[in-house]
Design a binder for this molecule. Structure first.
Ligand SMILES: Nc1ncnc2c1ncn2[C@@H]1O[C@H](COP(=O)(O)OP(=O)(O)OP(=O)(O)O)[C@@H](O)[C@H]1O
Length: 281
């Protein structure tokens, strides 16, 4: 099927002439006898919101864990093209991935729950600070200047995500949906080229999901970052995605725009297990 529709979104139009930011080819990951990801290949274009969907156990999180180098696939290639060149992700360890401009959030929150929202984001920012230990200890001018810049940048990130009012709240006291946004803020603090989001809407109510959709779209437009997200909320996926890749039973099933995917017979079959063609997911 054609990957790009005739009436494509501005993000896809801009990306159409570009090389993929991320290319997976023939990725295979198995655990003992279980093949979680089987010969999966797809591209993610720069500056797009790209969803990775599929029924439970399809292999989505395992794929994301391969990209973030939490896992090392037994076969396949994963290339990341950034301004600094083409990077073979398999040549990098998980802790080096952030330096390539890749940030991720998790299905289960990974936050400092006893710290404030501001401090959670500031700690993520601190990875980007250039001051040496001597400068920090002596509080030299460059370190003080960087500190001021980091505080201002942290405030800006909180504002973008609508978290300013919660800046000085302790994370554990906040509703779950707000904590999910804090995790997003921490990922954004790394100023990534590619953001990997594992079920950002999980545990949110409909109003929060709608708000999240607007926030993600704004975030993508404001930063130019590419978002690759796993998500089960179809209203969210269909609203914000430029492109959708569908996995089923560990394999690539289809790729297309939301309009193509919602009426794709094989996708409907995978979700509904024998649903009639013409139904929508
Ligand atoms: N560490 C592991 N050890 C053994 N099997 C695993 C491991 N991780 C995943 N699997 C198996 O691999 C398959 C794919 O799992 P994965 O979590 O990637 O799917 P998913 O599409 O993200 O599912 P969900 O939407 O339910 O989160 C499943 O059968 C799962 O049980």
């Amino acid at each position: 099927m054609s990957v790009i529709e005739q009436h494509q979104s501005p993000a896809l139009s801009a990306a159409a002439g570009a090389a993929p930011l991320l290319s997976l080819s023939g990725v295979r990951m198995e655990f003992g006898g279980i093949v979680a990801v089987n010969d999966v290949s797809f591209d993610v274009m720069p500056g797009t919101v790209h969803a990775l969907i599929g029924p439970n156990g399809a292999g989505k999180t395992t794929t994301l864990n391969c990209i973030s180098r939490f896992y090392t696939p037994q076969q396949g290639r994963m290339l990341l093209r950034t301004a600094s060149g083409v990077h073979d992700l398999l040549a990098h360890k998980a802790h080096q991935i952030a330096r390539l401009g890749v940030a991720r959030t998790f299905q289960n929150l990974e936050l400092f729950s006893d710290l404030t929202v501001f401090d959670n984001v500031l700690i993520a920012r601190s990875q980007a600070m250039q001051a040496t230990l001597a400068e920090v200890l002596l509080r030299l001018p460059r370190q003080r200047r960087e500190e001021r810049q980091e505080h201002a940048r942290t405030e800006q990130i909180l504002q973008t995500l609508g978290l300013s009012a919660h800046a000085h709240s302790v994370v554990r006291d906040l509703p779950y949906g707000t904590q999910k946004l804090v995790e997003l803020a921490r990922a954004m603090a790394l100023e990534p080229t590619l953001m990997l989001l594992d079920e950002p809407a999980a545990g949110m109510n409909n109003r929060e999901i709608e708000q999240l959709g607007q926030t993600l779209k704004q975030l993508q437009q404001a930063t130019g970052a590419t978002l690759l997200l796993i998500e089960h909320s179809m209203p969210l996926v269909m609203t914000i995605s430029d492109m959708i890749t569908v996995m089923h039973n560990g394999a690539f099933l289809a790729q297309g725009t939301p309009r193509e995917i919602e009426s794709h017979p094989a996708v409907i079959e995978a979700y509904l297990g024998g649903g009639k063609s013409g139904k929508r997911i």
